[in-house]
Design a binder for this molecule. Structure first.
Ligand SMILES: [Zn+2]
Length: 347
């Protein structure tokens, strides 16, 4: 991947280029924005630019040919550390950060970051899924952020700075990323061959909320079918919330029996509802949803609810989503969500 192939986020690029040129790069960055818009790729490209041995270190650029570039791209370079949540787990673990109990601080992300750079330049660490950092792991990470190894640059990737404890936030330079434009998502859909027809790609992109990940999900027939089912529930008056919650639970139970993939699927369902609520809110406020060029394509079934109620419902659904990782049974979570939803909305 080269900068020339990277779409969107020009302001963030310019900002990093300027910081590197003036030697004013912070040690910790919190990159926030919706999933699937390019934050991970962006961090990888900055890392390559900082480590490439063939280009001017004051430029946000890389040759993409030297051994370092090739190794960073394949995530095998010893100075480039990438950490993400194990797909079977709900959060990044303490062991991943500071090593297992028997070898605390002698292995793990924070330890490896402290080892002298192999290239003699710097270490770069990327923590993906930073939303899942829990208080204990955050506090452990904080020690490294407070006294980072010389030259080290750490990227935390998440959806919102609100998902981080205040001490992590205050130690980080926060960089916000916005959804991609419809044109950029269309281009990425064609590049990734999700569909081959450009009219189809355009239509998919216009409903993607500026996220290539979302576009990919929209293209999955089983998810598409369930999305339509959620939408038809929300279109009814009165809304059959108990039946909706049961449909979500059945969908989660039927998709997979494993713990974490089930939780991921439940998160996806709640995000679907949040999207419908958010669209309704935007419509109420008379603005077009980001990443959407066609207001008519926005699904906004609850547009008649007062803005304040919509905001409360979004908060409630978001809070429930945050509890998905806390090992509460999906059925119990959905039951509480449904009861509160009906009470707040009085539909
Ligand atoms: Zn290079």
């Amino acid at each position: 991947m080269e900068w020339a192939d990277f779409l969107g986020h020009h302001r963030q690029r310019k900002w990093f280029a300027n910081a590197i040129a003036h030697n004013k790069l912070a040690s910790t960055f919190l990159l926030v924005g919706p999933s699937g818009i390019g934050k991970r790729t962006f961090a990888l490209l900055v890392a390559k630019s900082l480590l490439c041995t063939e280009t001017d270190p004051k430029e946000l650029n890389f040759c993409n040919k030297c051994e370092t570039c090739v190794q960073v791209e394949s995530q095998t370079h010893p100075d480039f550390l990438y950490l993400n949540r194990d797909k079977e787990r709900s959060a990044i673990t303490l062991d991943q950060l500071v090593g297992s109990k028997d070898s605390r601080m002698r292995e793990g992300f924070c330890y490896e970051l402290r080892i002298r750079p192999y290239s003699g330049r710097r270490k770069i660490g990327v923590i993906d899924d930073a939303d899942t950092l829990e208080e204990e792991t955050s506090n452990c990470l904080l020690k490294t952020l407070e006294e980072p190894p010389p030259g080290a640059v750490i990227f935390l990737l998440g959806t919102s700075e609100k998902r981080q404890i205040s001490t992590i936030r205050s130690r980080s330079q926060i960089v916000r990323f916005s959804p991609l434009s419809v044109e950029d998502v269309e281009e990425l859909i064609l590049r990734n061959s999700y569909v081959s027809d450009s009219a189809e790609a355009r239509q998919l992109a216009s409903r993607s909320h500026g996220s290539i990940q979302y576009a990919q999900e929209l293209n999955d027939p089983s998810l598409m079918e369930f999305r339509n089912q959620i939408q038809s529930f929300l279109m009814q008056r009165p809304i059959e919330f108990i039946a909706l919650a049961k449909a979500i639970l059945d969908h989660v139970n039927n998709s997979t029996r494993e713990g974490q993939p089930r939780r991921d699927r439940l998160t996806w369902c709640l995000d679907e509802v949040t999207d419908a609520l958010r669209n309704s809110l935007w419509m109420q406020m008379g603005v077009t949803a980001p990443g959407s060029s066609d207001p008519a394509s926005v699904f906004a079934p609850l547009k008649n609810l007062p803005v304040r109620t919509l905001v409360k419902l979004i908060e409630l659904t978001h809070e429930t989503r945050g509890n998905v990782g806390r090992f509460i049974a999906p059925a119990a979570l959905l039951e509480a969500w449904t009861a509160n939803f009906v009470r707040l909305a009085r539909l």
